[in-house]
Design a protein around this ligand. Structure first.
Ligand code: BEZ
Ligand code: FE
Length: 323
């Protein structure tokens, strides 16, 4: 947005709509009118809708001055809690379902393709390359999990050259970047799939964890009598030439928070069963250091091309605008 640089002397007020003597029913149209000379059509449209919804909200709730001040203080605290390391506004958007709604509209996939879900705040750019079959987690970070499957297109052809960025919490429910003394990437890696699209890696069994609850958003969640937990999941971001980047996550069936994710990110197509593998010879053959039972997760990621994605989004927005 450009800075307001116009000096008082240079403003021709005769061209500006009069906005005096407003009532609760005329104020909305007047604000629309005064905003209507905005040269950017998209901004004009967005502000018109924003003002309309805000005013309708205030009228509908008959909002008191005290309640509005509570909201102002809450937003001020949200800003104060935010820093380069912590984004409380994104957490607010996540916990009110806005992030997931924006994700649904912007990342719709064609039938058969793997669905997308929210990225979350714990992705980092510094994951190491991990050869297919190797481990993203150091020994002792959690219970053993073997992850494998294929990356394909919607017709079932393998996608050679695809890269899976994956990240998860350790067995304590913390991402590496939540530890103050982080000295490098842990429980995250970048896996290059094999030429036939197959991939595998060793990881740890994901566990449910709380989103940061020590700020204003945590207070809001408490006030709403909700919990702050996400069900156990493994994040994945898959990039391949000729395909849309797929940002998704796999959720563990049986997790008690699967149906009530604090950030609304769960889709049942992304929920997987973890298979118990008791044959410790298999554990060793898969490269785990200790001969103990482990869990296995099998999942095929099905990628959409930009054309397929565009058709899916077009279809979604046409059902939306008809509603
Ligand atoms: C996550 O899954 O990492 C996440 C997503 C949204 C908010 C907090 C955490
Ligand atoms: Fe997560």
């Amino acid at each position: 947005m450009s800075q307001p640089t116009t000096k008082a002397d240079n403003i021709d007020t005769s061209k500006i709509p009069d906005v005096t003597n407003l009532t609760a029913s005329t104020i909305t149209e007047s604000v629309h009118l005064i905003n209507s000379s905005c040269p950017n059509e998209r901004s004009k449209f967005i502000f018109k809708s924003l003002v309309q919804h805000l005013h309708d909200f205030v009228r509908e709730t008959n909002l008191t001055t005290e309640e509005w001040m509570t909201a102002i203080h809450f937003l001020t605290d949200t800003g104060k809690k935010s820093s380069d390391l912590r984004q409380e506004f994104i957490l607010l958007s996540d916990t009110l379902g806005v992030s997931t709604l924006i994700d649904i509209l912007n990342n719709a996939k064609p039938p058969g393709a793997t669905e997308a879900t929210v990225l979350g705040p714990f992705f980092t750019e510094d994951a190491h390359d991990v050869p297919s079959g190797e481990s993203i987690a150091s020994e002792g970070k959690g219970d053993y999990l073997y992850v494998h499957g294929r990356v394909t297109d919607t017709k079932g052809n393998g996608v050679p050259g695809a890269v899976i960025e994956t990240w998860e919490t350790d067995g304590h429910g913390l991402y590496d970047n939540q530890y103050p003394n982080r000295d490098g990437p842990e429980c995250r890696g970048r896996i290059l799939v094999k030429p036939d699209g197959n991939y595998s890696y060793r990881a740890v069994v994901p566990v449910p964890y709380p989103i940061p609850g020590d700020g204003p958003v945590g207070k809001m969640i408490n006030h709403l009598n909700r919990h702050i937990y996400r069900p156990a999941h493994l994040h994945a971001m898959i990039k391949a030439e000729g395909f849309e980047t797929l940002t998704t996550a796999l959720y563990v069936n049986g997790d008690k928070f699967l149906g009530s994710d604090a950030v609304f990110g769960v889709k049942t197509s992304l929920a997987v069963d973890l298979k118990q593998v008791d044959d410790v010879k298999v554990t060793k053959a898969r490269g785990f250091p200790r001969a103990i039972p482990h869990k296995e997760l099998h999942f095929d990621f099905i990628m959409a091309t930009p054309e397929e994605g565009a058709i899916a989004r077009q279809k979604l927005s046409s059902t939306w605008s008809k509603a």
